[in-house]
Ligand binder design. Structure first.
Ligand code: GCO
Ligand code: MG
Length: 444
């Protein structure tokens, strides 16, 4: 009985399933476009905010079809240019631009020696440009290609900093009034070159005339700040802090342990990549959430930390790891182990790179938090369409791909070697030395 009525229904239907299949296949076949081939690969070098940015442009043989990708390694930005133009470009010319993972694997393996910052950033520039191209072909923003939104916008944290504690508190209050729910707090150490803050007026007596930093003085100061911040900003606000690998591993164990009572959202980079084995000891001692990864280049660094559940937030600089292709896999890997994402998002990620961060933030279920970036006038001039930061949330541009164009004429107005006010900037993008009182060099 049941069987008969089903057959009757099928007979009445305009198309049998087989006919429907054939029709769909024919439609697909007529719609299929030839693969765009890579016709040119260029690097746009620009510093609209005084920080050296590198953006790769991949141009295809189809009219008006091109894309942009972030390749920013600010301290050695000029080395990324030949890595892309001399090594990746000849290898990529004529290849199909729509085979992203295949091209990524080929680029990654083509140098045999791999996982270094210059080559990874070059690969990222091409990789993200290919995602941009695919988005433009599909007429969709990249977050749609990744599966679509898991959330409306990406919750960001702002940087509250100052030479003195009251300045940090004041700056944090300003961000809270703007709607931020997450604030990173950093305070200067009197007379020393603290990370993410002013130096302070006091003079310190050192055996050299350069910039000075002493880990214990910094640690004491950081805890005074946490105490004041909780007292004056309340319990609800999420507080973050970046140690920036400035202390020894055993100091880091104690730092994280002592920080527990301030309920920080995370402590970032308590140790250097060279010392990641120490995360096991930190983990055994306390429940302070840990973030790590902006300096990572290699799966040998992030794999064990995620698989052993030794960190809570993976904080990779997406271009440094080779682009969107490896990072979406890292995000999925993290999800399976309860590790959330907090992609690195300072001024030395180009606006195209920020757009890639936001695409991952929106499309990956295990998003944690995003480091926010308020773009300046010049960045908006060079990169029209960059993501919008409002009330502490980053919003994706809804146009296809990253939704960003690069105004190359405007980019050329802000060459490498100058600061935000047009002043000459030395050191070729590298960082100056910091030493302990006795002259021992330390990490930045
Ligand atoms: C952060 C950082 C950065 C880095 C910078 C290096 O935002 O968490 O640690 O500010 O210091 O990107 O060039
Ligand atoms: Mg950091």
């Amino acid at each position: 009985m049941k069987r008969r009525s089903l057959l009757a229904l099928a007979a009445a239907a305009p198309l049998t399933p087989r006919a429907l299949d054939a029709q769909q296949q024919a439609a697909r076949a007529t719609r299929a476009l030839p693969s765009p081939k890579i016709r040119d690969v260029q690097v746009i070098a620009t510093a609209p905010a005084g920080l050296r940015l590198a953006v790769v442009k991949v141009i295809t043989d189809q009219d008006g079809l091109y894309g942009y990708g972030c390749a920013t390694y600010t301290q050695r930005a000029d080395l990324v240019v030949p890595a892309v133009e001399r090594y990746l470009k000849p290898f990529l010319l004529g290849k199909p631009a729509d085979r992203i993972d295949d091209l990524w694997q080929a680029m990654y393996n083509s140098s045999y020696w791999r996982n270094g910052p210059v080559l990874n950033n070059g690969i990222s520039g091409v990789d993200q440009a290919l995602w941009d191209i695919k988005g433009r072909m599909a007429n969709m923003p990249v977050y749609q290609l990744l599966g679509g939104k898991c959330r409306e916008a990406a919750d960001c944290y702002a940087h509250a900093s100052g030479a003195e504690i009251p300045q940090v508190i004041e700056s944090a209050k300003k961000y809270m009034a703007q709607g931020y729910r997450h604030i990173r707090v950093q305070v200067g150490v009197p007379g020393m070159a603290g990370y993410g803050s002013g130096a302070g007026a006091a003079a310190v007596k050192a055996l050299h005339s350069g910039r000075v930093f002493e880990p214990e003085a910094y640690i004491r100061r950081a805890f005074q700040l946490f105490e004041a911040a909780r007292k004056e900003l309340g319990d609800e606000i999420e507080l973050l802090h970046d140690v920036h690998e400035r202390i020894s591993p055993i100091q880091a164990v104690k730092f994280c342990k002592d920080a527990e009572k301030f309920r920080l959202f995370f402590v970032e980079d308590p140790v250097s990549p060279e010392d990641i084995a120490w995360f096991r000891h930190i983990r055994q001692q306390c429940a302070t959430p840990l973030a790590m990864g902006e300096l990572f280049n290699s799966p040998h660094e992030w794999n064990p930390l995620i698989a052993e559940r030794l960190i809570d937030y993976i904080r990779i600089h997406v271009s440094q790891a080779g682009g969107l292709t490896p990072c979406r896999k890292i995000a999925a890997f993290g999800e399976l182990f309860g590790v959330k994402t907090a992609w690195h998002g300072p001024g030395d990620v180009s606006p195209v790179g920020h757009a890639a961060n936001v695409a991952l933030d929106l499309a990956c279920y295990n998003f944690g938090v995003q480091e926010g970036r308020q773009f300046n006038e010049r960045e908006r001039e060079v990169f029209p369409g960059l993501p919008r930061l409002e009330n502490g949330y980053f919003w994706a541009t809804e146009a296809p791909g990253w939704g960003i164009e690069v105004d190359e004429k405007a980019a050329a107005k802000y060459p490498f070697g100058f600061g935000e006010q047009g002043e000459r900037k030395d050191l070729n993008g590298g960082w100056g030395e910091i030493r302990r009182l006795d002259g021992t060099i330390i990490k930045q």
